[in-house]
Design a protein around this ligand. Structure first.
Ligand SMILES: Cc1cc2nc3c(=O)[nH]c(=O)nc-3n(C[C@H](O)[C@H](O)[C@H](O)COP(=O)(O)OP(=O)(O)OC[C@H]3O[C@@H](n4cnc5c(N)ncnc54)[C@H](O)[C@@H]3O)c2cc1C
Length: 461
């Protein structure tokens, strides 16, 4: 785009959208990238902080006319560079569209704007005795629109499923500037292609989500937590496989290693025990005697896999501290230096082997790798930590990153379980998908975004 064309575009943007447009570079910097430190970004032409679906529609109309790319953005907690601004683009922030519009107790559903923060939705529906399950570790900060666009998983999805399992209906501004509704409010509905599911996880490349209708569940019972302490990463992996093979369906099964616990403790002084190499956190929300039996079975699986110590707790405060540490692990590690985040997912039976291969990569590339994992889903997050400014280490980490992706594929897994492809996983996705499937993905993109303005260069290869 020439300087003159950009000037003309910005003049029209200001005229049509007024005070929601930011062009001050210092103000725009905050909107220019997500949490994926290693992914490239540029300052955009402008940031639009939409207040309504109509603002979004007007922006799309202008961007089609001027062939300007739009980068949608929720809270910017993404870990793949999906919300990273491109040179000459407009970042569309949905953060001001943050109202819970409706909670229907009888139908057990809620209608929300995309900028509603995940935890805020959970709190709002809890007041009516209801529960919104999808709980990414970023729930205090990430938006429902971002969760839908990445099909976010979370801690309880081992039992209750991911964001897409709760999306009933979407309002979307399309790549041709129309406002459409996809999916249905009703519990069932199968007419036509399932375009709602196509939009879920499309990372802002097929449409802009301006309203979300989610289904809810009744409030859940208190959980019991089983914490197992292990002296080796592979023993903890064995405990994951044994637990899942036992028939228990945990309401969470999370792994966190000593590096993470030390980083959280150094930051928040939570008094966490950092003696064990790995801590495996299991939970059950089955009430009564059945829940007690499930907890006992998990305890046995942990012990038989070599746990040095297992603690069972029905004390919400105590177990919440361990889960809080799990949630804080990523920002705590970021304080140590640039972090390259993996998000591989392997069949649950392959978890011990995958963890062993990650450990081998750390040794052979001489890179520090911390581990957190939604272990019950086989979704592992090895976190490659490098010293600030150490270019050689950064390169070694990049090589280890690619080997870990290759190992996951080799074990029948995928390069991204929940964070999305964004910019960081495009090469990996290219290795994962066959050529005809890549062509199908491109055909969908071309059909739904014929002007190529929706988050180009992200999510697909
Ligand atoms: C500490 C931490 C813990 C995390 N834990 C988890 C976890 O447990 N599970 C998990 O799945 N992820 C996790 N993440 C990653 C991240 O929080 C999720 O991907 C989340 O869904 C992103 O939401 P967001 O609002 O921040 O979206 P953003 O980062 O702003 O955007 C993410 C993607 O969605 C697109 N997008 C955003 N809003 C819209 C919209 N309204 N319409 C169309 N496209 C849109 C963007 O263009 C981008 O491609 C974690 C991140 C951090 C920092």
């Amino acid at each position: 785009m020439t300087a003159l064309a950009a000037e003309d575009f910005l003049a029209q943007l200001h005229e049509r959208l007024g005070e929601v447009v930011l062009t001050d570079p210092a103000a725009m910097e905050r909107y220019a990238h997500d949490e994926a430190e290693w992914a490239a970004y540029a300052l955009p032409l402008a940031v639009v902080r939409a207040r309504s679906t109509e603002d979004v529609r007007v922006l799309v109309e202008l961007c089609i006319a001027h062939r300007v790319a739009i980068v949608p953005r929720g809270s910017g907690t993404g870990l793949s560079g999906g919300a990273n601004a491109l040179s000459g683009s407009v970042v569309l922030s949905l953060e001001r569209m943050d109202r819970v519009l409706e909670i229907d107790q009888q139908e057990k559903l809620a209608v929300v704007q995309p900028g509603v923060i995940n935890d805020h939705l959970r709190e709002a529906v809890a007041e009516r005795g209801l529960w919104y399950p999808p709980d990414p570790a970023s729930a205090p900060w990430s938006s429902i629109g971002g969760n839908v666009a990445t099909n976010a998983g979370g801690l309880c999805c081992v039992k209750y499923g991911v964001t897409g399992d709760y999306v009933r209906e979407l309002e979307v501004v399309t790549g041709t500037g129309e406002v459409v509704r996809l999916g249905r409010r009703t519990a069932k509905g199968v007419g036509g292609y399932d375009l709602r599911s196509l939009l879920v996880g499309s990372e802002g490349t097929l449409g802009i989500v301006t309203e979300v209708t989610v289904r809810l569940r009744p409030a859940r019972p208190e959980e019991r937590t089983i914490a197992g302490y292990f002296s080796s990463i592979t023993a903890a992996g064995e405990a994951v496989a044994a637990t899942l093979a036992s028939g228990v369906v945990p309401s969470a099964l999370e792994l966190v290693d000593r590096t993470c616990l030390e980083a959280v403790d150094a930051w928040k002084q939570m008094g966490l025990s950092t003696e064990a190499e790995m801590v495996l956190l299991g939970r059950t929300d089955t009430p009564g005697a059945d829940g007690a039996a499930e907890a006992a079975l998990m305890q046995r699986c942990f012990e038989e896999s070599g746990a040095s110590f297992v603690a069972v707790s029905a004390d919400a405060q105590e177990s919440e501290a361990l889960f809080a540490a799990r949630r804080l692990a990523y920002p705590a590690l970021e304080r140590l230096g640039p972090v390259l985040t993996e998000d591989v997912c392997v069949p649950v039976g392959a978890v011990p082997e995958m963890l062993a291969r990650i450990q081998a990569s750390a040794a052979s590339f001489d890179v520090r790798i911390a581990n957190i994992a939604h272990a019950g889903d086989g979704n592992l997050h090895p976190l490659l930590i490098t010293a600030p400014g150490d270019e050689a280490e950064r390169e070694r980490a990049q090589e280890a990153f690619e080997v870990i992706l290759a190992d996951a594929l080799d074990l029948g897994g995928t390069v991204t379980g929940e964070h999305g492809v964004g910019l960081l996983k495009r090469a990996g996705l290219g290795r994962e998908l066959s050529a005809p499937v890549v062509a199908m993905q491109r055909a969908v993109k071309d059909a739904l975004d014929p002007h190529g303005i929706l988050n180009p260069g992200k999510a697909i290869v």
